[in-house]
Design a protein around this ligand. Structure first.
Ligand code: ADP
Ligand code: MG
Length: 372
């Protein structure tokens, strides 16, 4: 079931006369979530992720715009009639009910033709419990479960009505780091097995990148970019997106274009044919640096951090935004020095130019200096 958002907008009125005017939490969202895909809504706290999810499930009514599930306009449909399964950060299980009763709870009140017998409910509960691998725990109560198990129960409960759409709002935030990794892989598996169109909300770029077919990067209620995770990483549309994706983060320098070359400080580092002269911001991914004796960019080495497969070369350059930059080098090419000046050449595909005033991307295919 595809989900279509058409000019979807949600404004909240000012809370009091003292508070700053109204908030546009979701500003003209216009995109399609393809059938059977997992889409990650990604952005910092307060960017409108939960509001978007609540509009899709019907807990909030939009100020403007429409929502379609397939060809059905569901904009005015009550939440219980939309066929959505919801999972929140706090699992919101009923403490006095067993796992099985928690899972069947949404089935208890089905009416008419949808009404199920006790046996049918049990069967359905067992089926989804098996899918999320908690079928052994059916008789326990929530307090007898780990956080990860509780979240599985919540997912099972969301799936038991066989929803058309599954919506997850920061479902992993209450789990510890290892469980978070494991559970996100589980969610991916469950989604692929069920093929339910899923919207997954997170502020964690790593989480969104690792499980989504598509990510929607948001800021202040405005969509910044939509695309496959790798595509967005490799081709960010502005500085915000470039900075938001990637660990360690992208390194940002102030730079200058003159004579069709990119300068960082007074060193020309790449050729930039066709780019107008002037000041720019330069984003260089940590993996975009190559240690090379005659590399164009000179930095003062601070230290090396060896992390198994990779080595981080941490150094300083006056043009770098925070002074310090971090380059990731393959450990097999570990340099033998530990102090002094390091020289980097740059991988052109890992270097992005942005307008200094707006942070907008400047389309550019830089080439290494040596090539003509
Ligand atoms: P996120 O989930 O990305 O952290 P939210 O969707 O919760 O962000 O909030 C987006 C913006 O809308 C924030 O500025 C928030 O303060 C505001 N907001 C959310 N819900 C309400 C509400 N019920 N009334 C007023 N403002 C709200
Ligand atoms: Mg939220």
């Amino acid at each position: 079931m595809k989900i279509v958002l058409q000019h979807l907008t949600k404004r909240f009125p000012a809370r009091s006369r003292k508070s700053r005017g109204e908030v546009t939490a979701v500003n003209d969202f216009d995109f399609e979530i393809p059938d059977g895909k997992l889409v990650g809504l990604l952005g910092p706290s307060g960017c409108g992720k939960s509001t978007t999810l609540n509009l899709i499930c019907g807990l909030l009514a939009p100020t403007e715009g429409k929502i379609f599930f397939g060809d059905d306009d569901v904009t005015k449909l009550a939440p219980e009639n939309r066929g959505v399964g919801l999972v929140f950060q706090n699992y919101a299980l009923y403490p006095h009910l067993t796992v099985q009763k928690n899972i069947t709870f949404p089935l208890e009140n089905l009416k008419g033709a949808q009404k199920l017998s006790k046996e049918e409910m049990k069967e359905r509960a067992y089926k989804v419990a098996k899918l999320v691998q908690i079928e052994e725990l059916m008789d326990r109560r929530p307090k007898e479960l780990s956080g990860g198990q509780q979240q599985r129960v919540a997912i099972a409960r969301a799936l038991v009505k066989m929803p058309r759409v599954l919506l997850l709002d920061e479902p992993l935030s209450n789990l510890d780091a290892r469980l978070r990794l494991k559970t996100r892989e589980e969610i991916r598996r469950i989604q692929q097995e069920t093929q339910i169109t899923t919207v997954f909300v997170t502020h964690d770029q790593d989480e969104a990148m690792s499980i989504s077919d598509l990510i929607v990067v948001m800021k202040d209620g405005i969509i910044q970019q939509i695309g496959a995770p790798q595509e967005v990483y490799d081709n960010p549309s502005n500085l915000f997106v470039a900075k938001f994706l990637g660990t360690p983060p992208i390194n940002v320098f102030s730079g200058n274009i003159r004579d069709s070359r990119l300068y960082i400080g007074d060193e020309a580092v790449l050729k930039t044919p066709g780019i107008t002269a002037g000041e720019v911001l330069v984003g260089i991914r940590p993996e975009g640096f190559l240690l090379s004796e005659n590399g164009a960019l000179s930095c003062a080495l601070t230290r090396l951090e060896v992390m198994g497969r990779d080595v981080s070369v941490i150094s300083t350059n006056p043009a770098c935004e925070n002074g310090t930059l971090r380059a990731i080098i393959n450990a097999e090419k570990t340099p033998s020095f530990s102090a002094g000046t390091v020289h980097f050449s740059l991988k052109p595909k890992k270097v992005f130019l942005f307008r200094k005033e707006t942070g907008e991307r400047i389309e550019c295919n830089p080439i290494p200096l040596a090539e003509v």
